[in-house]
Ligand binder design. Structure first.
Ligand code: SF4
Length: 189
């Protein structure tokens, strides 16, 4: 089991260097709207847990954003429970597992939702812009868009990983937390 811990103050930097596009997007939207709907809170919250964010830090992280929108009292009343729940501290005490790519790709985000896989759920222009922002362009970008057109979303994500890290990823990307840990391995080497 991975014993790496991350702290709240590192999240933005880690997002830039090591989060896959799906999770960068949700962090951007959370910072922008100070809110994420249920599907986003689950997908992103469980990812952060898997990346090593401890429960107390997770509560502080979500409270800091949500309290700007709904106030900290309402956060504590309506939202803190579900975060503790993700960590198995409420309800059936199930320790929820972070979602795999397969599960995220098969999600059906509605209007105002930001979860899902950008390779699958973004329109072409938005995806191109998001990849540009990660520093991907030219021939590599076209190769990625080609994988997307052929519905090979995880291959598109793998190519993005390779382009942004300058290494090959032979195993391929199949889990956002795998993307994160492979990235950290490369960057800490
Ligand atoms: Fe996230 Fe997986 Fe989609 Fe990559 S392929 S953006 S890790 S869901």
């Amino acid at each position: 089991k991975d014993a790496v811990e991350i702290s709240v103050k590192d999240i933005d930097q880690l997002a830039k260097s090591s989060f896959p596009l799906c999770m960068r997007h949700m962090l951007d939207k959370l910072r922008e709207n100070h809110h994420l709907k249920h599907g986003g809170r689950m997908q992103f919250g469980l990812f952060l847990k898997g990346a090593g964010l401890k429960l107390e830090d997770a509560l502080a992280f979500w409270r800091a954003e949500f309290s700007q929108k709904v106030g900290s009292e309402r956060f504590d009343k309506e939202y803190a429970y579900s975060i503790r729940h993700n960590y198995g501290k409420e309800g059936k005490r199930t320790d929820y597992t972070p979602y795999s790519c397969q599960k995220i790709i098969s999600a059906t985000p509605g209007v105002g939702d930001h979860h899902g896989c950008p390779y699958r759920h973004f329109g072409e222009e938005n995806l191109r812009a998001a990849l540009n922002k990660m520093g991907v362009s030219g021939h590599t970008l076209e190769e990625i868009m080609d994988k997307v057109k052929n519905r090979h979303y995880q291959l598109a994500c793998t190519l993005t990983f390779e382009a942004t890290h300058g290494v090959s990823c032979d195993s391929g990307i199949n889990h956002p937390n795998q993307y994160f840990s492979e990235s950290q391995k490369v960057l800490r080497a």
